[in-house]
Design a protein. Structure first.
Length: 345
């Protein structure tokens, strides 16, 4: 009857964002927009660029000049021009791995995944021990969910440098996504040994242990919060762990801490409403929290349903009916709301 909202917030912000963009933009063929505005203090950079332009005019077959100019344009985020120069450098001299590495970085920045993969692979043909190219391919294949390839390239990096944390981090996510929590835990723990201040590794260990109901989750959430005290995701997940283990006062404390940081964080209101409704039978407080949720998000169907349930339990059938109908207006096949209307006919 109750709808318990238990969304786990899982974050490698940079990884998730890149994953979303890349999967939607791999076939993009339009030129990258070049809106870059030069910083005020750019006299030296402009002088260097003018010098390169003059030297290229005099020596148009010098690949190193295009390479240097591509680096400048990449720093300015003028990606299409940077890409053109990098292509020119690799065309003139196809024996330099650093040229292909730069071409891969530019393509990667522009979300041109096939081009970046091709460039990094070309770099590795010339320099198989290039750590950057191996690591970038490990990242890309992780984003594309080609997990076997991601692990393969991560291991190549670790053969070259066992003290690098990022390959272990990528492998941890691969194992987690594949359901191998033992190896995921091992990989993330290695990250924390190499980088004790790595927030994401601590947080991921918290999430994995929480899913198992293991109180070690609290230790890792606490470690994550030592690194980022204002992390709403770590506070939410710790609060959710407390809530699922009936430590409601600590859960509420974490949810309230979240709202001091982000007053629009609807799940923190929602879960407090759930505790009031289900665990404390405090229907007025529950209604207040669910009302705050729908003030922020008018499509939060679970909040309308549970507010209706609180009204129903409080004996206010009219208000309950209104909320159940509102839930059905958002999702007409919402069975819980239909059952609620049947109960109060």
């Amino acid at each position: 009857m109750f709808l318990y909202h238990t969304r786990f917030v899982i974050l490698i912000l940079s990884l998730i964002t890149a994953s979303i963009c890349m999967t939607s933009c791999t076939e993009r063929k339009d030129p990258v927009k070049e809106n870059y505005v030069l910083p005020i203090d750019s006299a030296q950079a402009e002088s260097e660029l003018r010098s390169l332009n003059e030297r290229i005019s005099k020596n148009p077959s010098d690949a190193s000049l295009y390479y240097k100019r591509a680096q400048i344009f990449l720093k300015r985020n003028v990606l299409q021009t940077a890409f053109n120069d990098a292509v020119m450098a690799t065309t003139i001299d196809s024996t330099r791995p650093e040229y292909f590495l730069l071409l891969g970085d530019i393509s990667f920045r522009g979300l041109q995944v096939p081009k970046s993969v091709k460039a990094y692979e070309s770099c590795l043909k010339l320099d198989p021990k290039n750590i950057e190219a191996n690591l970038k391919l490990a990242e890309i294949y992780f984003y594309l969910k080609a997990y076997t390839k991601s692990v393969t390239y991560s291991n190549e990096v670790l053969k070259l440098d066992q003290r690098m944390a990022k390959p272990y981090f990528l492998k941890g996510f691969v194992y987690k996504e594949s359901g191998d929590t033992v190896r995921a835990i091992s990989s993330f723990q290695t990250v924390t040994e190499l980088e004790p201040e790595n927030y994401d590794a601590h947080h991921q260990l918290g999430i994995i242990h929480a899913a198992k109901g293991d109180k070690l989750a609290l230790q890792y959430y606490n470690n994550a919060l030592k690194v980022r005290p204002n992390s709403t995701e770590a506070l939410y997940n710790r609060g959710l762990f407390f809530q699922e283990h009936s430590d409601f006062d600590k859960a509420i404390a974490d949810y309230q801490s979240i709202l001091k940081i982000d007053p629009s964080y609807t799940d923190a209101y929602y879960n407090q409403g759930f505790i009031a409704l289900v665990n404390r039978k405090d229907y007025k407080t529950a209604i207040d929290f669910f009302s705050k949720v729908v003030q922020i998000d008018q499509n939060y169907i679970e909040a309308f349903y549970n507010r209706g349930l609180a009204h129903e339990y409080a004996g206010n059938k009219s208000a309950a009916r209104e909320d159940y109908n509102k839930a059905l207006s958002i999702f007409p096949n919402y069975s819980l709301a239909k059952e609620g209307l049947e109960r109060i006919r």
